[in-house]
Design a binder for this molecule. Sequence first.
Ligand SMILES: Nc1nc2c(c(=O)[nH]1)N[C@H]1C(S)=C(S)[C@@H](COP(=O)(O)O)O[C@H]1N2
Ligand SMILES: [Mo]
Length: 324
Amino acid sequence: MNIIHRPEWIIPEREATPEDVFFNRRRFMKGLGAVGLGLAAGGGGLVSSVFAQEGKDPTLDLYPAKQNPDFTLKRAITPESVTSVYNNFYEFGSHKRISGAAQALKIRPWAITIDGLVDNPQTIDFDDLVRKMPLQERLYRHRCVEAWAMAVPWTGFPLAELVKYAGPQNGAKYIRFETFEDSDVASGQRQFWYPWPYVEGVTMDEAMNDLAFVATGIYGKPLLKQYGAPIRLVMPWKYGFKSIKSIVKITFTDERPVSFWEKIGPSEYGFWANVNPEVPHARWSQATERLLGTDERVPTQLFNGYAEQVAHLYKDLQGQDLYK
Ligand SMILES: Nc1nc2c(c(=O)[nH]1)N[C@H]1C(S)=C(S)[C@@H](COP(=O)(O)O)O[C@H]1N2
Ligand SMILES: [Mo]
């Protein structure tokens, strides 16, 4: 036994949730039928009642957005009924069933501050920002460092568009993203041993790559809260923890940001976090991944299958820890 309580992040997901338990639970949910869906989805009734309180989502008219035909998949899309109740969002708990708790997040009004080395520093309302951006739908794979994976239709815009809008200055080398902080609604943030707020960072070159995406919707609708509403990052060639949720601050900087996970466990989580089946995590293999909602394990792909689009970004960085 450990004397110190071990947070779940240091346990590989498949050990934390043995697959037989996970799948039996899903069968059980299915057995509940319509009633089960309402309860389990943390969606259904619960979500719509929260929207009623906050008023109708003012961006509903933007969805569904046109699908971008350059970003499709051979892999099947993971059903919303699966991905909406299996989430990592430590602000609401260090386990996967946070969808109910996440409904406490108030997503209007939502201000986003853009600052640092930019020509156009500002604080902008999310509803204004989203209407300045070229919304589109893209089908992307997602690979969590815990070795589960999904494929989902995100709606959003290229991160490069946001960069252009901010007007980066010459000295800007990195973008640092920060999640909201409010321990009144996010009980996980009362767990003082975590270095809140959640922070992530990317290089300017990564941000300008066509795959780097900012999501405001999923499955043809605005993001549900558990996915990181109203606005999150999506970096599909990197482990999922880079895809920071519910962003309130975007800072252009000359200093490499130290992320939430890097602060917690620098020997296990680094800045680059590119997916690589041949580089194991400190405590488990990354060779294969479990597809959410199925019984399948499939081989993991280098850069999560996006090597052609992104491998060139790293060719001069071979001395670095690119894959953790
Ligand atoms: N703010 C914040 N963003 C976060 C996380 C988190 O705990 N807090 N978890 C990350 C991890 S580990 C993953 S795998 C994805 C999960 O996204 P999903 O729940 O939409 O599948 O969100 C990422 N973004
Ligand atoms: Mo993850």
